[in-house]
Design a protein around this ligand. Structure first.
Ligand code: MN
Length: 445
């Protein structure tokens, strides 16, 4: 059997603790079972960015780990690949190297382990409060999918009341090729885009600041090892090509988007900004939270290339997700962000393995560091929608923030914060940290 990043081992034990005591605090996003990756440097410094792994409230500086000699063999090779300002070379090393580094760090971080190598690792820790992050990979290509049936239905009834779900949706994971240059990490601020929109009841578009600015709650999927052009990744191998996942906010200008997207798809409505969390949670860390992927008998069954026993057995992932909004007024009043909605990734109609298999079916080559967006993640219940346009019914029924402020669409000064975590009895809770982005007044304003 080939190596797997969905299997459980000692690094998933709920009883494992670290000598980094903050990692053992209940509710901590980064216990020893998580070990997510980022690229960072000391805040405000001119240091070179390099790879890091989170443990508790600390970052392990992997460039320093590589020099310290506290890891050897494949784990040492993997740490050396992480010393660069982007993790692409580390991704390209593949599953065995990712696992070796996870296990090497886990062993040194475990509470029961003492010795010179632990002392060397301790010298590689930097407080997370003292660092700044950057996009953790040179993202060559970014593809955004559309794989939540509940989101598609919520949006579809607004755009095409007679035919809300297009006939292709249930047969393939739909996507468009997105823009890489405007992807930034949490903390990103951006100006409200200008653009064209066609208002109801007229036949000449208007030009001006976006009036229907929105967020989209998504997960990002980082490609680890790529495939050669002309050599599709079969579904049964797809998980081995995925390194890990992050939070992703696909900011959307709905007025611009809805006017421009027929017949070729989103363009300026989506390309002005995308905000990701700095931390990448590995598929290895997510292994305990896998669930069967189901397609009820009443629904169309997948074509052969999207059907596989391992996808059926554990293709889904139970990742809890939450969207909060912090308005200018909430900030001024010293109140925290107001919660808008929450859901789980387990409801998604297509799995991440099916996205990868479908993406490459025609011969398209994915490369290490490529990023896939899951598409907006909306659950089936009320208050589970992953975009404001759904929660506020196209702006017609504004939602109320915790201080009573109404929101139909986003206003200048609004910050949107995405959070994600996994919990399951018998396992540690792990988290994604957050993705936060803030809207500045329109370009030219
Ligand atoms: Mn999207």
């Amino acid at each position: 059997m080939t190596a797997s990043n969905t299997a459980l081992d000692q690094t998933h034990s709920e009883f494992a603790k670290s000598w980094v005591l903050s990692a053992n605090q209940p509710g901590c996003d980064f216990p020893i079972q998580n070990l997510p990756f980022s690229v960072f440097r000391r805040k405000g410094s001119q240091e070179a960015f390099r790879g890091g792994v989170a443990i508790g409230d600390q970052v392990i500086d992997l460039a320093q780990v590589a020099q310290s000699g506290c890891l050897d063999g494949l784990a040492g090779t993997a740490a050396a690949a992480c010393a660069q300002p982007a993790l692409n070379d580390f991704f390209a090393l593949g599953l065995a190297a990712w696992k070796a580094l996870r296990h090497g760090l886990f062993e040194l971080l475990e509470k029961a382990f003492y010795g010179a190598k632990v002392d060397a690792l301790r010298a590689c820790l930097i407080a997370q409060s003292d660092v700044e992050f950057t996009v953790p990979a040179r993202i060559g290509d970014y593809t955004d999918f559309y794989t939540s049936l509940d989101h598609a239905m919520n949006i579809g009834v607004m755009m095409r009341p007679d035919d809300p779900i297009t006939s292709n949706f249930k047969w393939m994971p739909i996507a468009y090729h997105g823009r890489v240059s405007s992807i930034g990490v949490s903390g990103q601020k951006f100006r409200r885009p200008m653009g064209q929109a066609m208002l109801p009841g007229v036949n000449v578009p208007v030009y001006g600041p976006c009036a229907r600015l929105d967020y989209e709650l998504e997960l990002g999927i980082y490609i680890g090892k790529g495939n050669a052009q002309g050599s599709p990744i079969p579904l049964e191998n797809a998980e081995q090509h995925i390194f890990g996942m992050c939070l992703l906010n696909d900011w959307s200008a709905r007025d611009i988007q809805f006017w421009e997207m027929a017949p070729l798809g989103p363009f300026l409505g989506k390309n002005f900004c995308t905000t990701i969390s700095p931390w990448i949670v590995t598929m290895d860390a997510l292994a305990p939270y896998r669930l069967p992927w189901n397609r009820p008998a009443t629904e169309p069954q997948p074509l052969d290339y999207l059907e596989d026993a391992s996808n059926r057995a554990r293709g889904a992932i139970d990742i809890s997700l939450e969207v909060c909004l912090e308005s200018d007024k909430l900030r001024t009043e010293g109140k925290g962000p107001s919660r808008l909605s929450g859901t789980s990734f387990k409801h998604q109609y297509w799995s991440i393995a099916q996205m990868v298999a479908h993406h490459t079916m025609g011969g398209c080559n994915l490369q290490p560091g490529d990023l896939l967006g899951s598409g907006t993640i909306s659950g089936p219940g009320a208050g589970q929608a992953g975009a404001l346009i759904e929660l506020a019914y196209g702006g017609t029924k504004p939602v109320s923030l915790s201080n009573g402020e109404p929101r139909g669409f986003l206003q200048d000064g609004d910050a949107v914060v995405l959070r994600g975590w996994c919990e399951k009895p018998g396992f540690a809770r792990i988290g994604f940290g957050e993705s936060r982005g803030e809207i500045l007044p329109a370009i030219g304003a």
